[in-house]
Design a protein around this ligand. Structure first.
Ligand code: COA
Length: 143
């Protein structure tokens, strides 16, 4: 399996749709901060980040249901964390409905939404209705 950056927008939308994650707000300009896992001629999963200075929102970590639990999610998460760090992030945040245990195993801890920096609170996903009930998690990556 190879992990590269800049997946096609259709790929991101298709995989997010299969995983029940929102894709409506993803713009072509975001794709430079997305990674994709590819095996043969098939894209298995994607992950993205939005970086705001020292803070980054990790988002859209998704693996096609038929190939989950093979370590692809862990590799995608590590790769997108590297993208965020390379762009200056020292603190990572994310919202998740169902994958708290997965992220906890990778160093994220649940925190109050009040702890979110203003730039994270201001981004579209944070304020969207579908994420209102999601768990907010954070991870320090240096700085
Ligand atoms: C969360 C998600 C991305 C994980 O993807 P994944 O490819 O299954 O992730 P991994 O295989 O690295 O790890 C998943 C589990 O499989 C286990 N696993 C990894 N490799 C394995 C293997 N070879 N054999 C058996 N189990 C394995 C891991 O221990 C891990 O356990 P955990 O969930 O208790 O931590 C995936 O479940 C998903 O797309 N969910 C829907 C979208 C979502 O909710 N995303 C999060 C919001 S951003």
């Amino acid at each position: 399996m190879d992990i590269t950056t800049q997946p096609a927008l259709e790929t991101v939308r298709e995989i997010l749709g299969q995983c029940g994650l929102p894709a409506d707000d993803i713009e072509p300009g975001f794709l430079a901060c997305f990674v994709v896992a590819r095996e043969g001629d098939r894209d298995l999963g994607v992950a993205g980040c939005q970086v705001f200075g020292a803070s980054a929102l990790i988002r859209s970590v998704s693996v096609r249901p038929d190939v989950q639990k093979r370590g692809t999610g862990a590799q995608l998460l590590a790769a997108v964390e590297r993208v965020a760090v390379a762009r200056g992030a020292t603190k990572l945040f994310l919202l998740t409905h169902d994958a708290q245990d997965f992220f906890a195993r990778h160093g994220y801890v649940a925190v109050s939404r009040c702890a979110a920096p203003a730039e994270i609170q201001g981004c579209g996903q944070f304020g969207s209705a579908c994420c209102g009930a999601a768990t907010f998690m954070a991870k320090d990556v240096g700085g």
